[in-house]
Design a protein around this ligand. Structure first.
Ligand SMILES: [Ca+2]
Ligand SMILES: [Ca+2]
Length: 455
């Protein structure tokens, strides 16, 4: 295999972070930042129609900006939440990696950290999704997915859809976290984030079990989740750290035990994000040692799994987006390394990196645009701009979903030549189940390599 050692983890962290710039809605990508992937602005989103599921029946919402979620052009609050959280953790882990001018984005040269600039592009959009009563809409979406066209060529009507407990709580946690991180960047901005977070919390307490499912005329990503207790926990943690409020601290202390046995975070299960914050942020809840022990115990289990594996890898669930699970696992292992200095953790993290960079059954380096790693590189990712721009090379810096033994797209004609779960990856545009990209898959990879660059 070609990647025995981790090459330039700091560069990988930045390449992965730069992918968010390429996902910007409502803004043209200029050649000086985007190179051959420059393109006109798509989706102004200044006149988004209210769908009845939003609780409103007429009028329009101005909701410009933010990142396209994945290979499609819609914008989903739930998935934005975990993505922003992982990126802000990457910033906190290694801020200097993303210093001003490090990412070559329009805000490079403004004197502020470029990763915080990029994440602010998403936070500014998220703020538009909060209703006047504190509740938060679910998504900005077309009724069905558009064809494989460039952003500026998708002219379908966009809708504000849904208003639920998980969208409010993920928004709440994200805004509370941002209020902590952006205090030195822009104090007034941070204060606004906090006031929005507290309004979303109050709305959620009054509306604790509103679950989202797609109305019959909406066929795009659902991100439905009937278990809201983990979202309450994460939001309470972030509000506790941001405010020191007794209500939040009591909530966190009461519910911590049910999440102490850690597994990796995912969009429907965000409690681990709260545990990670408890382990590293100011210890306002008196749970820092216990949270750290949760992270360390997770890493020890991963080491035990790796010792049983010929590849030296922790267990992988080869489900949809398996590479994000690998990246999240690697990030938690490196968090444990920070807490202990135990070299066994570093060794497993190296195996995780090698796996993502090509030392796996498929031979693919799973990050687009990386030269010289792995035997093969993804070219035909399920990503509308990459499919429609007429440029052979895909937009760089994306972690593809990766091997998926469930073959969720087989019913639409995608063929997996090698059906073993670990080999179930096909580099064709049609394979949304193994070859799509997504903001919540890239984010843990940014965090993993930020931690790896500065363990
Ligand atoms: Ca900057
Ligand atoms: Ca949940």
């Amino acid at each position: 295999m070609l990647c025995a050692a981790v090459p330039n983890a700091d560069e990988l962290a930045r390449v992965l972070a730069k992918s968010y710039y390429y996902q910007r809605a409502s803004q043209s990508l200029d050649p000086q930042y985007a190179g051959q992937w420059s393109r006109p602005a798509g989706h102004p989103d200044t006149l988004v129609a209210f769908h009845p599921s939003s609780g409103r029946n007429e009028g329009f919402l101005s909701s410009p900006g933010g990142w396209y979620d994945a290979g499609d052009y819609n914008k989903y609050v739930v998935n934005a939440g975990i993505s922003v959280a992982s990126l802000l953790m990457a910033y906190e882990a290694a801020p200097e990696l993303f210093a001003d001018r490090s990412l070559n984005i329009p805000e490079s040269g403004n004197g502020q950290n470029d990763l915080l600039d990029e994440v602010k592009y998403e936070l500014d959009w998220l703020k538009t999704m909060q209703d006047t009563d504190g509740g938060v809409y679910v998504k900005i979406t077309t009724k069905n997915f558009c064809g494989m066209v460039m952003p500026e060529d998708d002219k379908l009507q966009r809708w504000v859809v849904g208003k639920t407990t998980t969208s409010a709580l993920d928004f709440c946690a994200t805004m509370a976290m941002a209020s902590r991180v952006y205090g030195s960047y822009d104090a007034a901005y941070a204060a606004d984030c906090l006031s929005r977070a507290e309004r979303a919390w109050r709305w959620s307490v009054e509306n604790p079990a509103i679950r989202y499912s797609n109305p019959p005329d909406i066929l795009t990503g659902e991100y439905g989740d009937g278990q809201m207790s983990d979202e309450f926990f994460w939001a309470a943690v972030e509000l506790a750290v941001a405010t020191g409020g007794e209500e939040y601290k009591a909530y966190v202390r009461e519910h911590f035990p049910q999440y102490a046995n850690l597994r990796e975070p995912s969009w429907p299960f965000v409690a681990p994000l709260g545990i990670m914050t408890l382990a590293f942020a100011e210890d306002v809840c008196g749970l820092q040692a216990e949270a750290a022990e949760s992270v360390i115990a997770f890493a020890r289990r991963s080491v035990a799994q790796a010792e049983q594996s010929p590849e030296g890898m922790p267990d992988i669930n080869f489900n949809w987006g398996s590479n994000s699970g690998v990246a999240n696992t690697g990030a938690l292992i490196l968090c444990a390394y920070r807490l202990t200095g135990d070299k066994a953790f570093l060794k497993v993290a190296e195996a995780v990196s090698n796996y993502l960079l090509g030392d796996n059954v498929t031979g693919y380096c799973f990050i687009t645009g990386i030269e010289g790693l792995g035997e093969k590189t993804p070219v035909n990712i399920h990503h509308r701009p990459s499919a429609a721009d007429g440029i052979a090379a895909p937009v760089p810096g994306f972690l593809v979903g990766g091997p998926n033994g469930a073959h969720n797209d087989a019913h639409e004609g995608v063929v997996y030549p090698d059906p073993r779960p670990a080999a179930s990856y096909v580099d064709i545009t049609e394979s949304y189940a193994s070859n799509e990209v997504a903001i919540n898959w890239n984010a843990p990879a940014v965090l993993f390599y930020a931690l790896y660059a500065q363990p």
